[in-house]
Design a protein around this ligand. Structure first.
Ligand code: TRH
Length: 384
């Protein structure tokens, strides 16, 4: 008789934006496809899910997608037999009835709280720490993704580098054609922009418009559109709109499905990304990136930004390292937006070194290990 597949439940509460569901979905897909696990993904906002994965039907209680059972997380929560492993994404607080059912299971499930990613040094010391439930005979473990081998590692599917290489070799012209674009002209810089509202944006657009070479910026529909419209002096912008100011050509593209967004990151010379998942994907894309950290109270995100910058620039020569730090810090409001023009000029001057570095950086990233593998190993050890 074939061995039973291990059962995993992943719970995701969409707070805002797309990072929570983006990460939970990427993890669920990977666990089902690469580890042969029986995965149920509980999501409380199927509309947000559908934005990043259009095959998701928003009105179904249960649907199977990419080998994952996607279930609507509703209140009151349905009675379930919990899986052998239960992942609570980003401290989303499991339903009480689920916790009770977990405590009645023998042995109880391995209960893991998947935390947000950070490059900060304290992460390794907190990774895998247990926390007993105050009333029930259950223990929750904190699992921290991270950039070093002593953390939970990073999300990455098997074959990612090969898929990217094959895309770059064969699919680029067709990719650009869907946006009515030819392959980039010599000297042209293609940039993608995924960002939160940002006081530094007008200064960046000014710098691009004044650039000596053409800059084409593709913007997936989203939160920065009103700011772009303001800067252009137009009442509104919609998908398909194109505007030229000086050297800058701005183009609004649809919000893409998660895989096509990866292609955009692979195809562009430079990617502006935000939050968590797009930042990691941009690093795997082996292209230069500028990261906008998710804003937190009292600028706590600045520590996160500086921690990643310190790691990312450690092997870069001084001039290029200062150029990367300067642009990232200006984009995140640590440096004054008035410094954007020199920051952009500095980045342009260091561009070749920064591009070489981005290509090498993905090998360094691989040393942290893959999050799904590490979760499976951790859970299997606990289940023994
Ligand atoms: O949307 P985000 O800002 O999510 C944030 C962060 O995760 C943050 O850490 C968290 O605290 C907050 O949400 C609640 O950025 P992020 O993490 O990059 O997630 C975006 C997801 O959307 C990612 O999976 C990529 C995907 N995406 C698409 O599928 N298509 C697109 O066109 C774009 C631009 C993104």
């Amino acid at each position: 008789m074939p061995a039973m597949r291990a059962t995993w439940d992943i719970f995701c509460n969409v707070i805002d934006n797309y990072g929570d569901i983006g990460i939970a979905w990427r993890l669920a897909r990977g666990l089902a496809r690469e580890h042969g696990l029986d995965v149920r993904l509980w999501v409380d906002d199927l509309r947000a899910f559908q934005r990043i994965w259009p095959a998701i039907a928003v009105d179904l209680d249960r649907q199977v997608c990419e080998g994952v059972a996607v279930c609507a997380w509703r209140t009151p929560f349905v009675a379930i037999e919990p899986g052998q492993v239960v992942i609570e994404a980003f401290g989303c607080a499991l339903p009480e009835s689920c916790l009770t059912a977990m405590s009645e299971r023998t042995p109880p499930p391995v209960w893991i709280n998947l935390e947000y990613l950070s490059a900060e040094a304290w992460v390794a010391g907190h990774h895998r720490l247990p926390s007993p439930h105050p009333r029930l005979p259950l223990t929750k473990y904190f699992f921290f993704p991270g950039y070093t081998p002593d953390t939970g590692g990073l999300l990455a599917e098997a074959g990612l580098a090969d898929a990217r290489a094959a895309f770059l070799e064969t699919a680029l012209p067709a990719f650009w054609r869907q946006f009515d674009l030819d392959m980039p002209a010599t000297g042209e810089l293609r940039v993608s922009l995924f960002a939160y509202e940002n006081p530094a944006l007008p200064a960046l657009l000014d710098a691009w418009a004044a650039d000596a070479r053409p800059v084409t910026c593709l913007v997936p529909e989203g939160r920065v559109i009103p700011q772009l419209a303001d800067w252009l002096g137009v009442p509104d912008l919609k998908v398909g709109d194109v505007a030229q100011r000086g050297a800058l050509r701005l183009q609004i593209v649809p919000f893409l499905d998660q895989d096509t967004y990866d292609h955009l990151l692979w195809a562009c010379h430079l990617n502006f990304v935000r939050g968590e998942d797009s930042c990691v994907r941009a690093q795997w894309a082996a292209r230069p990136l500028v990261w906008q950290a998710y804003p937190q109270h009292e600028h706590a995100h600045w520590n996160k930004l500086d921690a990643l910058l310190a790691l990312y620039t450690a092997d870069l020569d001084g001039v290029a390292a200062r150029a990367v730090s300067g642009l990232w810090r200006c984009w995140n409001g640590i440096a004054d937006a008035a410094d954007m023009a020199p920051c952009w000029a500095g980045w342009r001057a260091g561009q070749s070194a920064i591009e070489r570095h981005a290509d090498g950086w993905r090998h360094r990233l691989g040393q942290a290990g893959r999050l799904a593998d590490k979760l499976v190993e951790f859970a299997e050890n606990k289940l023994k």
